[in-house]
Design a protein around this ligand. Structure first.
Ligand SMILES: Nc1ncnc2c1ncn2[C@@H]1O[C@H](COP(=O)(O)OP(=O)(O)O)[C@@H](O)[C@H]1O
Ligand SMILES: [Mg+2]
Length: 268
């Protein structure tokens, strides 16, 4: 399972034998997954299958209790070695590891009393130690990448949900992470606002950003993902190019029945 399965040279994140319990409930088990540099990996699967848990284990927002997650070979969250039980890395080390990973959630969590630019600049000042002027310049550049240069001085209350989520994406990419994890970034949006967020994500992908995206947007998974990982009951059923998931008769019955509900709605 673990030490023996090698990962491709262009793997940024490698999970091996990854498992996670909540009490006695096993939310994830035996996950072997490689996130390749400059690729988009979409995570799909039924509600409760462990998609969010998997995403959160990748940057130790959830402490996994079996197996390992490595970013560029470095074990995330736990001290490397044979100690049992494992000991967590120091808070400083964990912050350093997490800095490599950006996150975008379903809820945008912007500060209501700050403008878009201030929301993006905040962590650049607090975490990266930039001056206010440097941070604003970087924030403006990040907002331009999500097509919101002209909204830099608006407060969130003066932005649509789609615009707020694009600010949240700008906030993540301004930190220059090596990978951005998205957990259902469009699920809280009115349908007419979903497209603008997905377009921004597609642009980031085209620029070579490494992305892991939990989504129910099957069109995005089918057309933008390099690989689609399908989770069911905490297990990784498949991690394959989208064609193999979205073909008319996917090999695995669990994938077939999951996609059936989307087919009935003519989504894929
Ligand atoms: N903090 C938690 N405590 C207990 N159970 C949890 C917790 N978070 C998630 N779970 C359970 O773990 C399973 C996977 O959850 P989750 O990763 O959120 O699934 P998904 O994102 O695919 O909907 C679900 O059965 C859920 O109820
Ligand atoms: Mg979830």
């Amino acid at each position: 399972m673990t030490e023996n399965s090698s990962s491709p040279a262009n793997a940024l994140i490698t999970a091996r034998g990854l498992g996670k319990h909540y009490g006695t409930f096993q939310a994830l088990s035996g996950i072997d997954l490689d996130i390749l540099k400059s690729e988009v990996t979409c995570l799909i699967g039924p509600s409760g299958s462990g998609k969010s848990t998997l995403l959160r284990c990748l940057n130790f927002l959830e402490a996994y209790d079996e197996g390992e997650v490595r970013i560029d070979g470095q074990l995330v969250g736990w001290q490397d070695g044979k100690a049992s039980p494992r000991k967590p890395v120091s808070a400083t080390k964990l912050r350093e590891q997490r800095r490599q990973v950006g996150m975008v959630f379903q809820q945008f969590n912007l500060w209501p009393h700050m403008t878009a630019a201030q929301n993006v600049a905040e962590a650049l000042v607090q975490v990266k130690g930039l001056s206010k002027a440097e941070a604003r310049d970087k924030a403006i550049l990040a907002l331009a990448r999500v097509n919101l240069r002209d909204k830099a001085d608006n407060h969130p209350s003066a932005l649509s949900g789609g615009q707020q989520q694009r600010v949240a994406i700008a906030r993540a990419i301004a930190m220059e992470p090596r990978v951005v994890l998205f957990d259902e970034p469009t699920s809280a949006l009115d349908p007419e606002l979903v497209g603008e967020v997905l377009n921004v994500m597609r642009d980031l992908a085209a620029d070579g950003m490494t992305m892991v995206v939990v989504t129910h947007e099957m069109g995005f998974a089918a057309h933008v993902a390099n690989r689609v990982a399908f989770l069911d009951h905490g297990k990784l059923v498949a991690c394959v190019p989208p064609d193999e998931i979205f073909r008319q008769d996917p090999a695995d019955p669990r994938i077939r029945s999951f996609l059936q509900t989307y087919r009935e709605r003519n989504v894929v």
